[in-house]
Design a protein around this ligand. Structure first.
Ligand code: ZN
Length: 106
């Protein structure tokens, strides 16, 4: 793309640039909304995990879970500590369909 200057740009070029600017602003708003939603989902998930960890905690005297009584770490504690290899892949895909659509139309 050849960069136009103020003396070489015409009305059609300017219209095209404003159209592109409009699409980028729409995409930016959709992505910002998706990012805020992702942060909220992550905060809710982390709070839920913390609540479950507080319930399924290590009973020091018994060396068992304080909730389910299984030998420590209990099945729930082990599940919370497992790596989730697909989570990183899924996190890159925005759930907000407007964000996905805005990016696809750039
Ligand atoms: Zn437990």
């Amino acid at each position: 793309m050849i960069r136009k200057t103020a003396s070489t740009i015409n009305d059609a070029d300017l219209d095209q640039l404003y159209d592109q600017l409009g699409r980028l602003q729409i995409a930016n708003r959709a992505l910002n909304t998706a990012a805020l939603e992702a942060v909220q989902r992550a905060e809710h998930a982390e709070a839920a995990i913390a609540r479950v960890r507080a319930i399924h905690s290590h009973g020091r005297r018994t060396n068992a879970c304080n909730d389910c009584g299984q030998p420590w770490p209990c099945e729930v504690a082990r599940a919370l500590d497992q790596a989730a290899p697909t989570a990183a892949t899924q996190a890159t895909e925005p759930r907000n369909p407007n964000a996905r659509q805005a990016v696809d139309h750039l």
